[in-house]
Design a protein around this ligand. Structure first.
Ligand code: CA
Length: 221
């Protein structure tokens, strides 16, 4: 999940960025409103209201005018009016400084849930590898948001590989976990399913065959 932190003060932005990266977020920082508006698309924005070049409300308004990106506003203590204005401008939540890191994480998760942004790595039932998303609960595999029509074994094979994108999964383990067998003679079964998966994924580079070892899913975009 990609976050944009809009904050001019290094003393706040640097530890925050480091902490969020440790939690698995991809963090971009903007120190001014202009930088925030020029930043690439993200999944959630943490927006400080006191910025050197422009008002945080104006940044919020402009962001909101062009996207539905969830926005959490950060206000100084007691700025009740700011909070109301912020929510009216389309902010999804607000935090009052000074806030604790755990509180921030809880807010990010709450806003993500409400706005439908899913957090890879947080939900063990949701596997994400590049442009591929696999929901183990609903047994659906989505490529760039489009559902793939997979057979049950194709789904299980893809899900097994997607648990550890970029890591080689050996053939014995694939046979054991997908086909409940260790009979090596059934190895050709794997190849047939891999062929079908490569076709359905639209690019053979998604699944690499590591000769003599096994298969590796490449998290392509
Ligand atoms: Ca500030």
């Amino acid at each position: 999940m990609k976050l944009l932190i809009v904050e001019d003060e290094d003393a706040i932005a640097i530890p925050l960025t480091e902490g969020l990266r440790r939690e698995g977020f991809a963090v971009t920082r903007a120190a001014t409103g202009a930088e925030a508006l020029a930043a690439p698309k993200v999944d959630l924005v943490l927006l400080d209201l006191r910025l050197p070049d422009m008002d945080g409300f104006e940044v919020c308004r402009q962001l909101r005018a062009r996207s539905d990106v969830p926005i959490i506003m950060v206000t100084a203590r007691g700025e009740e009016v700011d909070r109301v204005v912020g929510l009216e401008l389309g902010a999804d939540d607000y935090l009052v400084k000074p806030f604790g890191f755990r509180e921030l994480l809880a807010r990010i998760r709450a806003v993500s849930r409400r706005t439908g942004v899913r957090e890879p790595g947080r939900d063990p039932e949701l596997l994400v590898a590049g442009a591929l998303e696999i929901d183990l609960r609903s047994r659906r595999a989505l490529l760039r948001g489009e559902e793939l029509a997979l057979t049950p074994k194709e789904f299980e094979l893809l899900a097994l590989l997607a648990r550890e994108p970029g890591v080689v999964v050996d053939r014995q383990r694939i046979l054991r976990e997908v086909w409940n067998t260790t009979w090596y003679g059934s190895a050709r079964t794997i190849d047939v399913h891999v062929g079908a998966l490569r076709r359905k994924l639209g690019d053979p580079a998604w699944i690499n065959t590591v000769r003599g070892v096994g298969l590796r899913l490449e998290p392509l975009s």
